[in-house]
Design a protein around this ligand. Structure first.
Ligand code: UDP
Ligand code: MG
Length: 316
């Protein structure tokens, strides 16, 4: 048996004292039929309740339990990233601490992983429970994301998923600071599959994703994976210049052919359109450069290798 565990569970927790033990027990009983060779990494994201003492208690009882205690609240994506950095398993499962991601689904995820999928997403089926606005919002959001970005970010999936060690390595080498993990995982492009499930309500405690945090996460998704917002200047500029020149030609034609008199302000409006257009264009050009700088500072790998033949990808 290798020293490294076969499976890692990575679980960020913010004020989850009431849920941890149940989650632990459910994972333990699930894994009894699968493998004993696993680890569970909890990340305490600056909880203000007794989350950390529950972790301490568990780690003393069970050596497969590990925890990382962050110095303050850094947010779900950062906490999850911290856990992923230390996960040693060949398959790494990330899930929430609040029992909204039922451990029993993991058995199905592991089956799909064993069939050769490097990423297995848990996909939510029941959106009925969410309110209308949240449903509409998520529908529009995913539609826009599909249009804006070149990579396909799967719909109706959160951060409940299993990734192969291969994928984990790529994620851990991405040093970008604003992290949208589901996008980053999809970006690697490895073979993936889905497991559908009904998402239960949160067991205890409150959702920490306020509308504000959710909006922030959504914006990270757009801005981290799309250069389109930077290109809006081009579209606005084009519209402005074309309409400006169109109006100008029309007015000139009217003056010379029909002998109509145009007030000075009408000429000014036309000139304004044209100049605004050039300004927008300039903003777009600056945007393109910023986009290139952004791409470079983010330092994502240029490509991801899935497999090689007669070449050692480590050598280079
Ligand atoms: N979480 C975290 N840091 C935060 C907010 C949340 O680590 O600042 C954890 C939380 O404990 C849970 C997971 O992230 O395990 C998902 O959070 P939550 O249940 O609040 O989100 P929702 O299910 O409402 O989307
Ligand atoms: Mg939740």
């Amino acid at each position: 048996m290798s020293e490294n565990p076969e499976y890692s569970f990575v679980i960020p927790a913010y004020n989850e004292e009431a849920n941890i033990k149940t989650l632990y027990e459910r994972i333990v009983s699930l894994m009894q039929n699968i493998s004993e060779n696993w680890e569970m990494i909890f990340v305490n994201d600056g909880s203000t309740d007794n989350t950390i003492s529950v972790f301490k208690e568990l780690t003393e009882k069970d050596k497969r339990i590990k925890y990382i205690n962050l110095s303050r609240n850094f947010g779900h994506q950062a906490a999850l990233s911290a856990g992923l950095k230390f996960a040693k398993g060949n398959a790494v499962i990330s899930m929430d601490c609040d029992l909204q991601d039922p451990p029993e689904i993991v058995a199905r995820m592991i089956k799909k992983w064993k069939k050769g999928n490097h990423i297995v997403y848990a996909r939510r089926k029941n959106f009925r429970k969410d309110n209308f606005l949240k449903r509409l919002g998520s529908k529009i959001y995913y539609r826009l994301m599909g249009k804006f970005t070149r990579i396909e970010i799967p719909r109706n999936v959160g951060d409940f998923r299993l990734i192969d060690r291969k994928v984990l390595k790529e994620i851990n080498t991405m040093p970008e600071h604003s992290r949208y993990l589901r996008g980053m995982v999809a970006w690697t492009g490895f073979k993936h599959d889905f497991v559908d499930y009904e998402r239960p309500d949160r067991q205890k405690g409150e959702s920490n994703y306020t509308l504000g945090k959710l909006a922030r996460l959504g914006m990270d998704g757009v801005f981290n994976f799309s250069m389109l917002p930077l290109r809006i200047g081009f579209i606005l500029g084009l519209i402005s210049i074309i309409s400006g020149f169109g109006l100008l030609l029309y007015q000139i034609w009217d003056v010379f052919i029909n002998g109509v008199y145009y007030h000075l302000y009408k000429w000014l409006v036309v000139i304004l359109f044209i100049f605004m257009g050039f300004m927008f264009m300039l903003l777009w050009i600056i945007g393109e450069y910023i986009g290139k700088i952004y791409d470079d500072v983010r330092q994502r790998p240029l490509y991801v290798i899935d497999e090689t033949k007669n070449i050692n990808p480590q050598e280079s």
